[in-house]
Design a protein around this ligand. Structure first.
Ligand code: ADP
Ligand code: MG
Ligand code: MG
Length: 900
């Protein structure tokens, strides 16, 4: 063995193991693992991803690779007692791709490498004169090699095969005999030279080398590039190549090939799940060339192999401690394992399987928690279509943003917005979307496009809005002019109802009934944990997560109703109660009075009128959250947001003036709106700045909080209000508000004769606040990271402007792996959080630390906040279970249940 060589590019199966996926790819690593478990795997070797990367970088094989392959090939020949492509007794091999992450159907495999005009006779002789088998194998090689290595269009071979079957008046390839297949090989060779300008290569080693190069190259095939981009698989990993001695399932009725799962991948039930096809080679099973039989039937066909297979499946499950999927072949009654891996599964099956494995004593609950994730739980909480009946999808696109949406197809954004305003349910259908489509996307139930993948504009923006989206449905011909689309010969015009499933990517014509998720019904308390296996699995795993997590999970809620729901979902407090919505609706008028007040008395009158309304809101929330903290944020947005828009108002006044009418109140309002207009409202008069500029505004809100708390206490419930000051950048801002707040609280509680402890703290949402956390903590009993604003302020962009304008481009270019609004930017925003945690705690050891904003419900971000040492995350009610689960997973990942 060439152990002195600098790079080692080739590993025999005996040399690898399942943990070498980076180097050997998933398939190679698991073939090695099975080999070392003593399972019957045909011998072979793996050419590493490193060799692939070198080949792709230089456009040619790295030095020494050819020799190394030669050595391992000779060892393989010695093991098999045959030589590659030998004319008397040929060794044949398969050349199989296999990257670190499985990319189903994306890359290439060539079977039967080593067959030539000469060795085909040797193969027939060795198979006891089985001409049919030898010629069938040869025609498969020419077909796969032609397609994969030389880009001969697959249809050319397929139509020749069809013609051969037609001539025999059959649909079944088994009816073609040796002579037919020999003629077909001649036909295939002609097709090959027509398309490539050369004869089919007759040198076995040349076949092998060309096939290896083709597998390398398939890493960069368009569809593979696209797939990786969609699945966020790094582009620079490369694929390994596995060279495996061929075993033959097409030797006759006592041979065959199949696929199996060690348990049902949809439900997790134990049993025999799979398909078997007699007298066939591997790719026939998936290609659907003939009808397969359920794997159970193998028991009847070949009992010994069946029993061995069952035993091997048990071995694999025991070894991987998880559901595995398997490819196998039986050659004349001898079973061979060709592939295994930990199997993909649905979100529901992930939960069920994890708890089953616990019950079987295979894994513990910590590991069960590790086997599921928040994204899967979130998926299980969306409503779904009830499609058992007669609804068949007409097409399928990319599942870009989950949910089940039903509405009228509408082809332009303005019309969608118009219908939306009238309360109609619409689906916005476009070829692709752009920033002009935003109003329509907001109004629509869902978005459907015929182009683009998971990072397209439609996908990014829809996910940001939590809106259902199916994109890149290429079967759709969208005719925007004609306001219709056609799909599989059917035409859908504007106004026709369609249904789209953002979880599966399926598109249906007409209205498909929507059903609530059973998991949500369980969280709502409408069904017990034993109602079905999925619900019971979720219950067990989330209960365990609760018992191990260190992070508290709070919620963002502005109404008693939201608060109550979040509590049912497991929230332990309100981390963000926004007060601005309390200024909307019929209260807008009071706010206008406040803003337009010309005298002190006018302003105070407006505030006095708002006070009881706010008090009633708080009371409702404190009652719903009795015994749990409620962080109330003082008013944050710029006040002009409560006034009519400048353009509308200016137009109204201009019309009145043109008609020589008195614009009346509109005229006064216009002056105020002009005066308050800001170029950059996000950076303007908002947050704490409002409180310092408008006398009495914060005091009114604080009084409402205190009075509600006092009343709540008098009713015998236990209010835990916390007052949160937004957008603080300097400790002096907070000190000023705190002094005012303490006065108001004293006054209210003295008058009421009760004492309610009220914490006063601040949001950390400006970089300056994070960098001055030590000072700010002197005046703050708690910090709550407002990571939405902190992200905007750190990056210097506003979410509303950038998501539509350039985020999809940034994602495409890989500048963002994922939107920083979806998942916290650890390197920038995250660093600020770490600084603030450290300096804040140093200044005040009992400082309470939390995060509000949607990052609090994002799985990756929850792990970050756990590591950063926060006390709680707060997120929207619907994300609360996701955050509970992920907080538990984070605790397990950072040292298990004992670390509490
Ligand atoms: P994919 O990743 O698309 O499944 P594979 O490399 O697994 O591609 O191979 C395609 C098919 O060929 C599979 O059914 C596999 O079992 C079969 N196959 C691969 N290598 C061999 C071999 N050495 N002998 C027999 N069948 C093989
Ligand atoms: Mg396979
Ligand atoms: Mg903010």
């Amino acid at each position: 063995m060439a152990q002195q060589q600098t790079a080692k590019y080739v590993y025999d199966f005996e040399e690898g193991n399942k943990d070498l996926k980076d180097l050997l790819g998933g398939k190679g690593a698991n073939l090695a693992e099975m080999t070392n478990l003593g399972l019957p795997v045909p011998p072979g070797f793996t050419i590493t991803t490193e060799a692939c990367r070198a080949y792709l970088a230089d456009g040619t094989e790295p030095d020494g690779l050819a020799d190394e392959v030669g050595e391992h090939l000779r060892a393989l020949e010695a093991k098999m007692g045959k030589r590659l492509g030998d004319s008397e007794d040929p060794l044949l091999v398969s050349v199989r791709s296999g990257a670190k992450f499985s990319m189903p159907g994306m890359m290439e495999t060539v079977l039967n490498v080593g067959l030539t005009d000469a060795s085909v006779h040797g193969l027939a002789n060795q198979a006891g004169g089985n001409e049919r088998f030898a010629w069938d194998s040869y025609r498969r090689l020419i077909q796969m090699f032609g397609k994969t290595v030389c880009e001969v269009p697959g249809e050319a071979f397929e139509s020749a095969l069809e013609a051969a079957k037609r001539a025999k008046n059959t649909h079944n390839d088994l009816d073609l005999d040796g002579n037919d297949l020999r003629a077909l090989v001649d036909e295939y060779k002609k097709i090959f030279s027509q398309h490539t300008g050369r004869d089919f290569p007759q040198d076995p080693r040349e076949q092998l080398d060309l096939a290896v190069h083709a597998v390398f190259d398939s890493w960069n095939a368009d569809r593979a590039v696209l797939y990786r981009r969609q699945e966020r698989i790094p582009a620079d990993l490369g694929t390994a190549v596995n060279v495996v001695a061929m075993v033959f399932g097409n030797l006759g009725a006592d041979s065959g090939t199949g696929v199996a799962f060690t348990r049902d991948p949809a439900t997790g039930e134990q049993g025999v799940y799979g398909d078997y096809l007699a007298n066939a080679q591997g790719e026939d099973v998936v290609a659907g060339i003939r009808n397969t039989v359920p794997l159970q039937e193998l028991e009847r066909i070949d009992k010994a192999s069946f029993e061995q297979l069952i035993q091997i499946m048990a071995t694999l499950e025991g070894h991987y401690q998880d559901l595995c999927d398997i490819e196998f072949t039986i050659e004349r009654g001898k079973l061979w394992m060709l592939q295994t891996r930990v199997g993909k599964r649905t979100a529901a099956a992930a939960f069920v399987i994890a708890t089953q494995l616990v019950d079987e004593g295979v894994i513990d609950l910590d590991e069960a928690l590790n086997r599921v994730n928040g994204a899967q739980l979130a998926q299980l909480m969306f409503p779904t279509f009830a499609t058992d009946g007669d609804h068949k999808p007409v097409a399928r696109g990319v599942a870009a943003s989950p949910g089940a949406a039903v509405g009228k197809a509408v082809f332009d954004s303005h019309y969608a917005a118009e219908l939306g305003e009238q309360g109609e349910k619409v689906i916005l259908v476009r070829r692709e979307t752009n920033p002009d489509d935003l109003p329509g996307m907001i109004a629509a139930q869902g978005v459907l496009t015929s182009r683009g993948g998971k990072t397209s504009h439609a996908a990014v923006v829809a996910r940001g809005m939590g809106k259902t989206c199916v994109c890149g449905a290429e079967a759709l011909e969208v005719d925007l002019e004609g306001r219709k689309f056609t799909v599989n010969g059917q035409t859908i015009s504007e106004g026709d109802v369609i249904s789209i499933d953002g979880t599966s990517g399926k598109i249906y014509l007409g209205e498909v009934p929507v059903q609530d998720s059973p998991v949500v019904r369980y969280f709502e308390g409408e069904t017990g944990p034993e109602s079905d296996p999925l619900v019971s699995a979720v219950h067990r795993i989330i209960t365990h997560a609760d018992s191990v997590r260190r992070l508290g999970v709070w919620t963002n809620a502005d109404t008693g109703e939201d608060a109550a729901r979040a509590r049912r979902f497991g929230a332990q407090g309100i981390g963000l109660c926004r007060t601005e919505h309390m200024f909307l609706g019929d209260r807008r008028e009071l706010v206008e009075r406040l803003i337009l007040a010309e005298t002190e008395a006018d302003r105070q009158a407006a505030l006095d009128a708002l006070l009881p309304l706010q008090r009633a809101d708080f009371l409702e929330i404190f009652r719903a959250m009795k015994g749990q903290p409620v962080v109330v944020r003082l008013i944050d947005p710029p006040l002009h947001e409560f006034l009519p828009g400048l353009e509308d108002l200016a137009a109204k006044v201009a019309v009145a003036e043109a008609l020589h009418k008195d614009p009346g109140k509109d005229g006064v309002m216009l002056v105020a709106v002009r005066r308050m207009h800001e170029q950059n409202p996000m950076l303007g008069l908002r947050g704490v700045r409002l409180g310092l500029v408008i006398p009495g505004l914060f005091a009114m809100q604080i009084r409402a909080i205190a009075e509600a708390a006092a009343q709540c206490r008098q009713e015998g419930c236990d209010p835990r209000p916390e007052i949160m000051v937004p957008l603080v950048g300097a400790v002096q801002e907070l000190e000023t508000v705190r002094a005012e707040a303490e006065k108001v609280l004293r006054d209210v509680f003295d008058k009421a004769g009760v004492e309610v402890p009220v914490m006063i703290g601040t949001m950390i949402e400006l970089p300056r606040a994070a960098l001055n956390a030590g000072q700010i903590a002197q005046a703050a009993e708690f910090f709550s990271f407002g990571t939405n604003d902190l992200t905007q302020m750190t990056w210097g962009f506003s979410r509303d402007d950038v998501e539509a304008a350039f985020f999809s481009r940034y994602l495409e270019l890989g500048i963002f792996g994922v939107s920083p609004f979806e998942s916290i930017d650890r390197d920038g925003v995250g660093r600020l959080v770490q600084i603030a945690v450290k300096e804040g705690r140093a200044a005040r050891p009992d400082l309470q630390l939390g995060v509000c904003g949607e990052h609090g419900g994002d799985p990756d971000s929850v792990h970050f906040f756990h590591e950063a040492g926060l006390d709680y995350v707060s997120c929207s009610p619907f994300r609360v279970p996701v955050a509970r689960l992920e907080a538990g997973r984070a605790a397990v990942a950072s040292g298990g249940s004992d670390s509490r």
